[in-house]
Design a binder for this molecule. Structure first.
Ligand code: HMG
Ligand code: MG
Length: 288
């Protein structure tokens, strides 16, 4: 029942770098994106139009987007509010992502709004994005558990998912922001969501805090999910979620899928060559 082909979406240039305490040069980010494009990624998340006061590392979203346009790649940029969407439209971004917490406490800490307030804003944003022909990704953060509220119920996750489906999200990305999930809950939740919304495209976004991201990926594949976010070198973490660490590592999941005979279109050797450079950008990880 496992999909024969998987799309891996590289989120390292965004999720991987956003939480880095030391400033990373725009030139280094461009180099990372260029190398990832050469390794075969057809889609990447490369920037966030967020407040530079909140997330200084993403302050160069305009310049990075211009670079991605020139490079001719398909890329996603985070847009938490209408102002962000206006910035993304100005920058000719092809795909945007809203991100809303199934836990309202987290949403408040992350984007200074309740979950309901963010959903209301999403309605306006998706209308405008669709008028502009922009692809819409919709993240649910804290889909399993949250450092502020503890366990998140399926009903809380589904509350946000249902709204995203109604608003016509092109894909819904289920985020395990802090790496609290395990393969059983992952399988159960994805299977239930696919039952409820058979025509909706779901993506898995696993953080590897407790080293279960690979197992969670496999469990989601068993539930029929064929799109996953990963980050080169396992970089990553959310600044407003205490304890969140790196994402599912691209090189690990690409290797697992290759060994299983699952097609990704990626060049494994090229990917492994990028890992030391990616890690050198992080003050938390040492190059291998
Ligand atoms: P706020 O302070 O509530 O905004 O921030 P505001 O509307 O009150 O405006 C205050 C000032 O910010 C104003 O400027 C606005 O113009 C400006 P002033 O008049 O004072 O000069 N402003 C902006 N500037 C630039 N870009 C914008 C923008 N909006 C307002 N878009 C805001 C609200 C959403 C901006 C803020 O909370 C923010 O930037 N949060 C960032 C959150 C973030 O980036 N988190 C990490 C990404 S989420 C994640 O990692 C999880 C994920 O990976 C999935 C998973 O793992 O589950 C996606
Ligand atoms: Mg994340």
């Amino acid at each position: 029942n496992i999909p024969k082909k998987i799309e891996l979406i590289e989120v390292g240039p965004r999720d991987g770098l956003q939480n880095e305490p030391k400033a990373i040069s725009t030139a280094s980010k461009k180099e990372l994106i260029r190398q990832l494009a050469d390794a075969g990624f057809s889609r990447m998340e490369t920037a966030a139009f967020v407040s530079p006061k909140w997330v200084p590392q993403m302050a160069d979203a305009d310049e990075i987007s211009q670079f991605c346009n020139d490079l001719g790649i398909t890329y996603i940029a985070l847009t938490p509010n209408l102002k962000a969407l206006e910035r993304a439209i100005q920058a000719n971004v092809p795909q945007i992502a809203v991100f809303i917490g199934a836990s309202s406490t987290f949403n408040q800490k992350n984007i200074n709004k309740t979950t309901d307030e963010s959903l209301l804003e999403t309605e306006k944003m998706f209308r405008l994005a669709k008028e502009q022909g922009i692809f819409t990704r919709a993240y649910v953060s804290m889909s399993f558990a949250c450092p502020y509220q503890g366990n998140v119920s399926f009903e809380e996750l589904n509350y946000v998912c249902r709204r995203f489906v109604e608003l016509g999200a092109d894909e819904i990305d289920i985020g395990d922001t802090n790496g609290y999930a395990n393969p059983k809950i992952v399988y159960d939740r994805f299977a239930r969501l696919k039952d409820l919304y058979p025509d909706t495209v779901f993506v898995g976004h696993f953080h590897d805090t407790r080293k279960m991201a690979l197992a969670n990926t496999l469990a989601a594949m068993q539930a029929g999910i064929d799109k996953f976010d990963s980050s080169i070198g396992g970089l990553g973490g959310c600044p407003f979620s205490p304890g969140a660490t790196g994402n599912l590592a691209t090189e690990e999941v690409a290797l697992m899928l290759s060994e299983m005979g699952v097609e990704t279109g990626l060049k494994l050797e090229e990917i492994s060559k990028i890992v030391p450079f990616a890690k050198s950008l992080s003050s938390r990880l040492q190059p291998v």
